[in-house]
Design a protein around this ligand. Structure first.
Ligand code: HEM
Length: 108
């Protein structure tokens, strides 16, 4: 199911306490999410990831649409020990919409 980026922008409010996107985005509690779709997990150079996230990336985890969807639904179960303290998005539609929004920031 393809998401709606406009709706996803609203869903992203739940992420904004910790993440930024767009031209002036900076790493905060969480890493910048520009270009995250199809990025290898845990690989932004200026951000200090948990060991769990770094290892997931080293083991080959790529933030494909499918993997992002699973992570955003159950962050702690998808990568045990990762430090994103977010309960997860409950509605499939919110997941699809926020991914569609993230896809509008293709460049790092
Ligand atoms: C990591 C997305 C909400 C804190 C990540 C990553 C993604 C992501 C894709 C992995 C990035 C990478 O590998 O470079 C989102 C989305 C959110 C959300 C779409 C909203 C739906 C939050 C919230 C917080 C948070 C609310 C803070 C309370 C973090 C932290 C990491 C992270 C600390 C690094 C995890 C680690 O190194 O183990 N997030 N996030 N995120 N996020 Fe979020």
């Amino acid at each position: 199911a393809d998401g709606d980026a406009e709706e996803g922008k609203k869903v992203f409010r739940k992420c904004q306490a910790c993440h930024q996107v767009g031209e002036d985005a900076k790493n905060r509690v969480g890493p910048i999410l520009n270009g995250v779709v199809e990025r290898q997990a845990g690989t932004l150079e200026d951000y200090k990831y948990s060991d769990a996230m770094t290892e997931a990336g080293e083991e080959g985890l790529i933030w494909t649409h499918e993997n992002l969807a699973e992570y955003l639904k159950k962050p702690r179960e998808f990568i045990p020990g990762n430090k994103m303290t977010f309960a997860g998005l409950r509605k499939e539609e919110e997941v699809e919409d926020v991914i569609a929004y993230l896809e509008t920031f293709p460049d790092k």
